[in-house]
Design a protein. Structure first.
Length: 318
């Protein structure tokens, strides 16, 4: 009998997968005090993990742990070095969130470009006839967009961009030109040369030593004054202080952030009061459909692991 710990609840569809099996016991953990977790972890075989920070201390306490299944695709909340040392598998919900996140990118680009909030406020405040006094908005049609990172979300996003007749460029050193070309994109090798020409930039990269603060004031100074940048991947890739300065000095037009270097961001973070920044609380995957898919996939990864048929595309190469 395998013991599964579900650290913070997931969609009922995932729970139902476990209920159908008589070879699993599971427990949903909402009390995240360290001492309570250590007791529960001592004899568990698998963990479903959302955003809680699973550090070396907790991994060491997990004597029987064979697999951590992330409810999502990012794993910067897991001590991967400790997992590797103990031979513990790390799985992600690789297929669940691409549609939701790529839609969120368009939600942000359209809000910033078309001034949706301004229009809504104008009508509701009784100023309908003042529409000619509003600043002109801008179209996405025929604009140039740079997709930074061409994994599942990037590949999903390019399809939506093509629906708007956008000219799509892709920066990803690990993806062959032929693959990008087959999706209708143009591979670029020099980020700094390409970004000068872009109207939109959408970030879809993991946070690591190479990508931390990759988008900084040097990059912003190269961008068009009318450009818009969106980050739905991980905070820390865009330097937030530099971004705030770039917005205030009209170096770029606007920014959409679903992720932050510190979450939740400090109340002193200047982006919280910057009218050129359109923000959401790391919620690009918070749709009914995506939450259900992630719940199912998180648990299915655990079941497939113990059944010896976990798809390699779900496994993080540690």
């Amino acid at each position: 009998m395998k013991k599964i710990l579900i650290i913070k609840n997931i969609h009922q569809s995932g729970i139902d997968l476990l209920k159908k099996r008589d070879d699993y016991n599971f427990e949903i953990i909402e009390d995240l005090k360290i001492e309570n977790l250590k007791k529960k972890l001592a004899d568990c075989d698998a963990i479903s993990l959302r955003t809680f920070n699973f550090n070396q201390n907790l991994i060491e306490a997990s004597k029987k742990l064979k697999i951590i299944s992330r409810h999502g695709v990012g794993y910067d909340n897991v001590d991967t070095n400790s997992l590797k040392k103990k031979g513990i598998t790390l799985a992600i919900t690789a297929n669940a969130n691409a549609d939701s996140v790529s839609e969120h990118v368009f939600f942000m680009m359209l809000n910033i470009s078309r001034g949706i909030g301004i229009y809504d406020q104008t009508v509701k405040s009784g100023n309908f006839l003042n529409r000619s006094k509003l600043p002109l908005s801008r179209e996405l049609w025929n604009k140039k967009i740079l997709i930074m990172g061409f994994g599942r979300i990037g590949k999903n996003l390019i399809k939506k961009c093509k629906g708007f007749d956008m000219e799509v460029y892709v920066y990803d050193p690990y993806v062959k030109e032929e693959v990008i070309k087959n999706f209708g994109g143009i591979k670029i090798d020099d980020l700094y040369d390409c970004i000068k020409l872009m109207d939109y930039v959408s970030v879809h990269m993991p946070l690591n030593d190479k990508t931390k603060n990759l988008i900084n004031i040097k990059v912003f100074n190269l961008m068009k004054k009318t450009s818009i940048i969106v980050n739905t991947s991980r905070g820390g890739i865009i330097n937030e202080i530099d971004l705030n300065n770039a917005l205030n000095k009209n170096i770029i037009f606007g920014a959409g952030l679903d992720v932050f270097e510190k979450e939740p961001p400090d109340s002193s973070n200047p982006l919280l009061t910057n009218k050129k920044a359109f923000l959401s609380p790391h919620s690009a995957t918070y749709t009914n459909e995506c939450v259900e898919r992630m719940g199912k996939e998180t648990i299915q990864n655990i079941i497939d692991f113990f059944d010896g048929k976990l798809n390699k595309s779900m496994i993080v190469n540690l």
